[in-house]
Design a protein around this ligand. Structure first.
Ligand SMILES: Nc1ncnc2c1ncn2[C@@H]1O[C@H](COP(=O)(O)OP(=O)(O)OP(=O)(O)O)[C@@H](O)[C@H]1O
Ligand SMILES: [Mg+2]
Length: 311
């Protein structure tokens, strides 16, 4: 029996089909990833699992019991780190954690012990007395995560917990996720960062426009793009003329421009170099480097949707 089972879940906001019939299972002890671009429906899905929103259709079962009819079955078992930071800026980190602890019914010695333990986990002990308004974005995030951990939940749901923070806090958060998981916590992690999902997750569902377009272990998902190559090209500069000419190579499947790089995917490995060099020599731009990458989850997304995960 899966710990959590989502079945044909739908949530519409008027005509916006935020979540349009998704199904997935989360097994006990795994780090499950929901990967998808902005507006895919990740937060809406999480709001339904955390019983904030009722779905229009479908069911969510926690240990085989529907949480739609019986929300209290899951509420105490769940820790949710929302996408939007929810803290009182004029209170200290400690006071914020205390507030959330009270909300979970923790009091007295038990609460102060848990605040102690949790601030150790999130690595913020020495700043607990400072007001939140003095914190960096990364430190606020860590308190937000700490708040979700106070009642020692069985399942931790994290909604894009590393957006807009410094690399050090980001790495700390990623390693905290793995550490918590090692101690037995089941984790649902949503992100539009392919690298994070690759680093953390045992199984992944890729979401787009309210639907799950692929699910599986990372190896299973990479099977979808087997044989494809992802090629990164750097030029001294990139002109529209250059992009047009590369697009005119008929066996190239996707052409994406990121700053000074052109990223393309193709099955054909034989003629590609010759053709790329020929095409770029017809322009005023020169190639600085050609780098072949193994396909990753980004390539899976690109293959299935024709779009990049991040725009
Ligand atoms: N309360 C709401 N009222 C109306 N539309 C909503 C509401 N919440 C979400 N939506 C719409 O539903 C769709 C899915 O939104 P959702 O926030 O679930 O996506 P997401 O995958 O979390 O995106 P992001 O990466 O930007 O957080 C979007 O088109 C969004 O505009
Ligand atoms: Mg979201």
């Amino acid at each position: 029996m899966a710990l959590l089972e989502v079945n044909n879940l739908k949530k519409y906001f008027k005509e916006v089909k935020a979540v349009d019939g998704i199904s997935f299972k989360v097994e006990r002890g795994e780090v499950f990833g929901l990967l998808g671009p902005n507006g895919a429906g990740k937060s809406t899905t999480i709001s339904m699992i955390s019983t904030l929103f009722k779905p229009n259709e479908g069911d969510i079962k926690y240990k085989n019991v529907s949480i739609i009819d019986n929300p209290s079955a899951i509420q105490q078992k769940l820790g949710v780190v929302p996408q939007e930071i929810a803290l009182y800026p004029t209170l200290s980190g400690y006071e914020n954690l205390k507030f959330w602890g009270h909300a979970y019914g923790l009091r007295g010695k038990e609460l102060s012990n848990r605040i102690e333990e949790v601030s150790e986990i999130i690595g913020i002990k020495d700043r607990l007395k400072d007001k939140i308004e003095k914190y960096s974005g990364g430190m606020k995030r860590r308190i937000n995560i700490g708040a979700a951990l106070l009642h020692n939940p069985e399942i931790l749901i994290m909604d894009e917990p590393t957006v807009g923070i410094d690399p050090q806090s980001r790495n700390h958060i990623l390693d905290t996720v793995l550490e918590l998981n090692k101690k037995g916590m089941t984790i649902i992690y949503t992100s539009h960062y392919m690298e994070e999902v690759e680093y953390l997750c045992t199984r992944v569902s890729i979401m787009d426009k309210g639907n799950i377009i692929a699910s599986g272990t990372q190896e299973e998902l990479l099977e979808i793009v087997k044989g494809k190559k992802k090629i990164n090209l750097r030029f001294d500069k990139i002109s529209d003329n250059l992009i047009d000419r590369i697009n005119s190579i008929d066996y190239i499947e996707n052409v994406d421009v990121h700053d000074d790089e052109i990223i393309l995917t193709t099955q054909n490995g034989e003629d590609i170099f010759k053709d790329l060099i020929a095409k770029s020599s017809e322009t005023e731009n020169s190639i600085l480097s050609i780098d072949i990458k193994k396909p990753n989850l980004e390539a899976v997304f690109l293959h299935l949707t024709g779009r990049a995960l991040r725009d």
